[in-house]
Design a protein around this ligand. Structure first.
Ligand SMILES: [Zn+2]
Length: 312
């Protein structure tokens, strides 16, 4: 296993980031901030020496300040602009103030630099009403999924492959059993064949309830994969929901950046039957916001219309 279960495991047990920051560090950081804001006060006489406030003021600085800055126009924040320049999704989300702030800004129409249609980003939403654009999109970086595979579609985006490796290692370490994978990335052409095969075997309506038409599959983004439960050998995707691995994934996948994309309660919105095996990568910031917000579909998370059917 390429992952390192221990650090990941340890991280899961202390979810409150920053709670262990030494006070000295905070005071230093605030001191720097105060110096900077002093430097920007160009109207003040140059000779004026800013009098540093007593530590009481320090306690009032964090969080409120951040929220106030990011709410105005997150896309013009320097940290966001720099993160966009290097296509660092996690840093862009952090620049918005975290997953929930990012979601709220997008929903409020206050994030013109974020497109939910761009399949190169973790926040893309692909469904029956939102085909990939371009329709034959392919991810720029793919890596082998570090799990036992039951098909040849054994690749995903490199960040997704690393995340599922960590997830599977922790599931095994916690006694939930071994997790393998069935399908990761599927190209446009492969999706054409996959869907056609479903139509041949079960008819158009049944096929559309369980298999995406080409250009409408999350698998084509490299952000999704189907997992299976393995013992001495691996089971199929349909059996996954009833396994110990399935229960563990349903409870813990969000901590690794994944959501179970198609749940029973979401069928009327997504147009898909429940798929406990289909994991969609959002990155840890957004999956945590999704989990803590109690969402069950990505459409609701981003306040998008339901998409139970294809337009034609
Ligand atoms: Zn799938």
């Amino acid at each position: 296993m390429p992952s390192s279960p221990q650090p990941q495991h340890a991280a899961r047990r202390s979810p409150i980031l920053g709670s262990a920051l030494p006070l000295g560090l905070v005071v230093t950081a605030v001191g720097i901030l105060l110096s900077l804001s002093g430097a920007e006060a160009v109207d003040a006489p140059q000779a004026a020496i800013p009098v540093l406030p007593e530590p009481v003021v320090v306690e009032a600085v964090p969080e409120v300040q951040v929220g106030a800055t990011t709410a105005a126009d997150p896309c013009s924040e320097r940290s966001v602009l720099e993160a966009i320049a290097v296509a660092d999704d996690a840093a862009i989300i952090a620049g918005f103030g975290g997953g929930e702030s990012f979601r709220a800004a997008v929903v409020a129409g206050n994030a013109p630099c974020v497109s939910l249609s761009d399949p190169a980003h973790v926040w893309v939403v692909v469904n029956k009403a939102r085909p990939l654009d371009p329709v034959d999109f392919a991810p720029s970086s793919l890596a082998d999924i570090p799990l036992q595979m039951t098909t040849r579609s054994g690749q995903a985006r490199s960040d997704v492959a690393a995340a599922i490796g960590a997830l599977a290692a922790d599931a095994a370490a916690e006694g939930a059993g071994r997790i393998g994978a069935n399908n990761g990335y599927r190209s446009y052409d492969l999706q054409v064949a996959t869907h056609a095969s479903h139509v041949r075997s079960s008819g158009q309506a049944n096929a559309d309830a369980s298999s995406a038409r080409a250009g409408h599959s999350e698998h084509q983004t490299g952000l999704a994969l189907d997992v299976v439960a393995c013992d001495s050998s691996c089971g199929g995707i349909d059996a996954f929901g009833g396994t110990a691995q399935g229960a563990w994934v349903a409870e813990n996948a969000w901590e690794y950046g994944f959501i179970v994309r198609y749940e029973q309660v979401g069928t009327g919105i997504t147009g898909y039957k429940p798929e406990p095996w289909h994991l969609r990568y959002l990155g840890q910031e957004l999956s945590a916001a999704y989990h803590h917000g109690g969402y069950h579909t990505l459409e609701e998370f981003f306040a998008l219309p339901a998409a139970p059917d294809y337009a034609h």
